[in-house]
Design a protein around this ligand. Structure first.
Ligand SMILES: [Mn+2]
Length: 429
């Protein structure tokens, strides 16, 4: 069952078919002159997928305000329906990442069925011990997994175990743990002891992981703690992942670093350590801005994918990162933003596949800096749109997902059946 009328996709795709074929043929000729077979690139791009965050289909906000959009999802079933639209039109988002307890459900098998109907499966499940829920006994105001109080730590551990249990019912294979634990004042927290408490707690969660599960540790420089965070950076994350064991790996959220940090090099380091769990893709100008992937720095996103494609090309053992979006939409229709971000990740992947790795290796070996950097630019500056469109067309997706979505009237339709949500609460920050 699909939310967008399939005949609309067929009709719109047909209308632009002739122009597409000319563009695709021309790009094929250009790439052939560079020794690249376009069909091989298309086949690789067709394997690419990125998970949608369930929280991404709602309108986000800042800590100042939230301006709700029309027809926002009211519950997790609505979220799955919206995610299904993104996947139907792009065919690049086959999975959804849930967030507990933002996503509540009395029958998880029913949800799994709804996802299957929307041709979706479940990716990593996210726990939340960075905010207090109405029914919880102890507060996370001063931390969760690293809290000074053992009972609060136990409560946070218990929540993570509950997330694993839900994930098992949904077919997830990973638990993503991000904690807001940290401090706002110098001296407030004993850095080493807080880290030790975090390790002790996460070890108990790790023990409960099913054999075929992984634990993704997400680091973040600051916020909500603004002086120090317990898992501040990839170094702390790597220390924790190493201490826990093989099933624990480091997740890189692109917005969780200081401005100008060389994220692609962090990615390379984590690959070298066999500890790259995967990504939360988004973009930022200043901090954890959660802007659409590649909206500010598409070249940086390409450089990250360049490392990923290089690792796959070189056959790094065990290399299998999970790709997820993690962004907040304050001024756009979330479905539109998610489609554009997913395609932007797919585009960066396609561009990275075009890097001439033999020539790059030669340039690096001979210290030809200009040639090396031009090889990256050559790949990045190639308009791969016809490749992406070819993959979409061959998979029954929309040739132009955005215009097809707008023509479908989906948002107006759900706005009639879904209640308008309150604007008073702050959003996802
Ligand atoms: Mn994240």
């Amino acid at each position: 069952m699909t939310a967008i009328h399939s005949q609309l996709i067929v009709d719109k795709n047909k209308a632009s078919q002739a122009a597409f074929e000319r563009d695709f043929s021309h790009l094929g000729e250009q790439l052939a002159r560079r020794g690249i077979q376009i069909d091989q690139v298309c086949a690789q791009v067709a394997t690419f997928g990125v998970a949608l965050p369930s929280w991404g289909v709602g309108t986000g906000g800042t800590r100042f305000a939230r301006f709700p959009g029309l027809g926002e999802p009211q519950h997790v079933f609505d979220k799955i329906q919206d995610c299904g639209v993104v996947h139907q039109l792009t065919r690049v988002t086959p999975t959804v990442s849930l967030h507990i307890p933002w996503d509540t459900c009395s029958d998880w098998s029913e949800l799994r069925g709804a996802a299957q109907n929307a041709q979706l499966q479940f990716d990593a499940i996210n726990s939340n011990t960075f905010s207090d829920q109405t029914d919880q006994t102890r507060s996370y105001k001063f931390g969760s997994l690293s809290h000074t109080d053992p009972a609060t730590r136990a409560q946070a551990i218990e929540h993570n175990l509950a997330c694993i249990d839900i994930g098992m019912q949904l077919g997830s294979k990973a638990l993503t743990v991000w904690v807001g634990d940290g401090s706002n004042f110098p001296g407030q927290q004993h850095f080493r002891r807080a880290f030790d408490r975090y390790l002790e707690s996460t070890a108990q969660i790790y023990q409960a992981l099913p054999d075929d599960w992984q634990m993704f540790l997400e680091h973040k420089l600051c916020e909500p703690a603004f002086y120090s965070t317990v898992i501040q950076d990839w170094g702390s994350s790597l220390m924790a992942a190493n201490a826990l064991g093989n099933k624990a790996q480091c997740l890189v959220d692109l917005g969780h670093h200081a401005p100008n940090v060389n994220i692609e090099m962090i990615v390379a380091r984590l690959i070298a350590a066999h500890k790259l769990a995967g990504f939360h893709f988004n973009d930022s100008k200043y901090g954890d801005d959660d802007l659409d992937a590649g909206s500010v720095s598409p070249y940086r996103l390409f450089l990250v994918f360049n490392e990923l494609v290089a690792a796959a090309h070189e056959g790094v053992a065990g290399f299998n990162p999970a790709y997820m979006l993690d962004q907040s939409h304050n001024v756009t229709d979330p479905i539109e933003s998610l489609m554009c971000s997913a395609i932007q990740c797919q585009r960066s992947y396609a561009q990275a596949l075009l890097v001439n790795r033999i020539a790059l290796d030669e340039a690096q070996q001979s210290n030809d800096a200009l040639r090396a950097t031009q090889l990256l630019k050559e790949a990045f500056q190639t308009d791969v749109d016809p490749i992406l469109e070819h993959v979409r067309r061959s998979q029954g997706a929309a040739a132009d997902p955005l215009s097809t979505y707008r023509a479908s009237g989906y948002r107006q339709s759900v706005a009639r059946s879904r209640k308008r949500s309150p604007s008073t609460a702050s959003g996802i920050v």
